[in-house]
Design a protein around this ligand. Structure first.
Ligand SMILES: [Zn+2]
Length: 249
């Protein structure tokens, strides 16, 4: 067996009844659905609550439409994608290209975490080619801690129930990303595809990048690595890569 298979946790869908609330936070509408939508769909089937949060609409991403009009379109598409996944959707107050890595953003996300009360959070990996993604990573990681602190004021009670923070595999955030957790999404890919194509930029014709081909192909590759039909891989913080065992596995 390859060494990575021994050390890599393969998380399969049948985890049993639970009280999970999974919050997936992206910089732009579409990020969270493309990268984590299949995992969310798999957990929705298990009865978990799934929530999408888009810090900005990504309204600057269409060279043929002014941001105001494309923003309205993205908001509609995000609602349709969330409905297809069975997710709640929340929109942040930030502008495309201007997601700030500052205290204001940390306070907004900490307030979001306190209101949604997630048990698990997905967001962007720490490095890549889009500044909004990198800012979102830094803001979310800090906001998880801030949301837990009694003395940090957002107008909501502290939330200390986050069991894990996971970093999604995004084509723009590949620098230093290492697949660590593999989620079996073989039975969720059709729902993911149905949700993803609610966005025009995924269907094609907005920018040249072939989003659907890339993420479907990636799910096939990760699935092959995990001996599943389709899988989604995530990374975690280096300090979270620690396993404590009583005996050899
Ligand atoms: Zn993005």
């Amino acid at each position: 067996m390859p060494r990575w298979l021994v050390f890599c946790a393969i998380l399969c869908a049948p985890l049993g009844a639970s009280e999970r609330t999974i919050l997936s936070i992206g910089a732009h509408a579409g990020d969270a659905e493309l990268t984590t939508g299949a995992v969310l769909a798999a957990h929705k089937k298990l009865g978990d609550r799934i929530v999408l949060a888009h810090l900005s609409l990504g309204e600057g991403g269409n060279p043929k439409l002014p941001p105001r009009l494309y923003g309205e379109q993205k908001r509609r598409e995000a609602r349709e994608a969330a409905a297809a996944l069975g997710a709640e959707v929340i929109f942040g107050p930030f502008k495309d290209g201007e997601v700030p890595n500052n205290d204001e953003a940390r306070r907004w996300v900490a307030g979001l975490i306190r209101q949604v009360k997630p048990t698990h959070i997905f967001t962007h990996w720490r490095a890549g080619i889009h500044k909004d993604h990198i800012a979102t990573h830094a803001v979310v990681v800090d906001a998880v801690l801030l949301a837990s602190l009694e003395g940090y004021d957002t107008g909501h009670p502290p939330h200390r129930g986050v069991r894990g923070v996971y970093f999604a595999e995004n084509w723009e955030d590949s620098e230093g990303f290492q697949p660590y957790l593999y989620f079996d999404v073989s039975d969720a890919l059709a729902v993911w595809r149905e949700a993803a194509v609610k966005y025009q930029f995924v269907r094609g014709g907005v920018v040249p990048f072939r989003y659907l081909d890339y993420y479907e192909g990636l799910a096939r590759v990760r699935g092959a690595q995990a001996s599943r039909r389709f899988a989604v891989a995530c990374d975690v913080a280096p300090e979270a890569k620690k396993r404590v065992l009583g005996t050899l596995p």
